[in-house]
Write a protein that binds this ligand. Sequence first.
Ligand code: ARG
Ligand code: GLU
Length: 719
Amino acid sequence: MKRFLLSLFILLQVLPAVADEGMWILPLLRHQKFPQMQELGLRLQDYDIYNPDSSSIKDAIVIFGGGCTGEIVSPDGLLLTNHHCGYGQIQKHSSVEHDYLTDGFWAMSKAEELPNPGLKVTFIDKIEDVTEYVLEELKKDTEPNSMNYLSPRYLNNLAKERVGEKFLSDHPGTEVEIKPFYGGNQYYMFTKKIYSDVRLVGAPPSSIGKFGADTDNWMWPRHTGDFAVFRVYADAYGNPAEYSENNVPLRPKRWLKISLAGVQENDFAMIMGFPGTTYKYYTSWEVAERRDINNRVRIDMRELRQQVMLEEMLKDSKVRIQYSSKYAGSTNAYKNAIGTNWAIDKRDFEQVKKAEQDKLTTWARLQNRPEYPEALRAMEEIIKGRSDLQFRLWMLNEGLLMGIEFSRVPYLLDPLMNALKEKDGNRIDQELESLQEKYKGFANKDYAPEVDKKVAKVLLQEYLRRVPAGHRPDYLEEIDKRFKGNADAFVEYLFANSIYGSEANFFRFITKPTVKALENDPMIRFAKSVQDERVKLTEALTEFNTGYADAHRTYVKGLLEMYGDEINFPDANFSLRLTYGQVKGYEPVDAVYYNCQTTLEGVMEKEDPANWEFVVPPRLKELYQQKDFGVYGMPDGKMPVNFCATTHTTGGNSGSPVLNRDGELIGINFDRNWEGVGGDIQYLPDYQRSIIVDIRYVLFIIDKFAGAGYLLEEMDIVR
Ligand code: ARG
Ligand code: GLU
């Protein structure tokens, strides 16, 4: 009884979540969530958002590059996304003379727009339920441990067979893809149109687009103008084509209208985009594993590494520039892990998931479906059984492979060794040249050996403390054997004796290369040994993971059967989704309320000319002082910057359009609050918020700050 009451309590506690939780797939929207959306204020019909037979809002939403979302906002193919999504492109066009990262960039005509080889924009033309087709095909698969039901290679071949070669050759730039949903219980096929001439139109300076940088990352209240503008080009027929001067701006099927009306607390808001990965169907054992192994190791090891990096960065401005991007990359996932563990404990996700499992077990018993409790037992056994391997793999990845840069020195040198053994002069020269290139790639302008050395000493010491002898990469046994367990001495030895330890060492080797030097090289042996251990651990885990995938699929099938698919959305898988909710602030701690809207006042409050993260550009200050906000200011005379909403988003949703009840663009999603990152496992309605740049700030920066107001002329702006 106590148990029952506890589960009931937990169920009731998470019930309100249903209001805003979920990343819904468009073909199921009508039947799953549409009435609730209208209740919250939506004034559109379902076919305005998604219409399988005609154009709809979904046609304006694209994948930007490999992991972000973008939206089309003009009949001439103009596209909005985040500054941090276009960062790589902006960086590539930057040089000392044209530092677009620092100063921003604005093309003042189409001729000035900058091409970006390799950058692609993907439209989703068609979404079809192909579950029956895939399940039929899978029946032909007789291999017992086959993972085909989740294999992208296998599924995409099925997709190609289904549409036929001719369809694909008749439609240049078109690709088809089948993705598994609900752990492989449902399948959808996506017909995609991929454009590869995408040009940079404009970007604010980093002091706006990245304002607050790492300190403010994952934080609310926020004040970042995290947006960038691109344009999609096509050939004269509107088809995808590689970059060419003859290409013309794409005439899209659909572009978004933009609203200047702004947002009020509790307004309806929805976001469409491409969320990457979530873990809604974690069992309680996976929650514990994630908290106690994956996240714990990540937090601890990164903390050690970041401490050393930061100390060195503060001491020396050259190191600061060299390591700022590595530091940012490290802290992004680190902060996420901290927020996730906080949420796991705060609302006892273990117990929440366990209640779900118990409910299914009880239901399955009544329905006589023993396979569901069986799947749960299998998962418990697998998760517990793999814990040691899992811990070792995470320690290896976070502690050695990602943390220590020299664990990634070029170590596959057989061609050079063979050439040396055979004394083949030409080939030796060739191979040495290639090695020099690789060495330059490793010891590049952002590599500081002194920093790597300090980081390595700290991480290795911790690694040795936590991973017992006999469970480490073989070469690490040397530390006990030759250095009495002293990691510092071992690291000093590596740097003194490896060809990669210093430039001098490397050039000494190049002038007199020998097989022996390579065979005995301690950094090469270290790198090889760490890689071997990674392969060994990954292989050992494969067996567990195959069994896991199978049991997980069965478990999710049970949940769908018990609930019907109305209230359960499939985990994110980088397919097009819709999430809806309300513009809303929150109470992070007792007696503190965070408003849902930030303004330029906050930018000025945070200003710190001595800290690169919080520098405010003079032109923005000028506009602020003159209150020159044009049509973009709010009725109270302030200039809006960011707002937050209860929508359920995750990584991949960066750049996603935020739409009002009429389907008009009111903002661009770019981050989440750290209290909300646990939402990848379990949505927390009173804590989780999407962080959004207000579209009025975007237009204000383009128009008033950058003087590129001509771009607004091609947009559909509802005043
Ligand atoms: N936290 C956001 C995301 O997960 C933004 C990351 C980029 N910004 C940064 N300051 N590192 O992608
Ligand atoms: N910044 C993330 C991205 O690049 C979005 C934040 C989140 O995880 O919700 O997609």
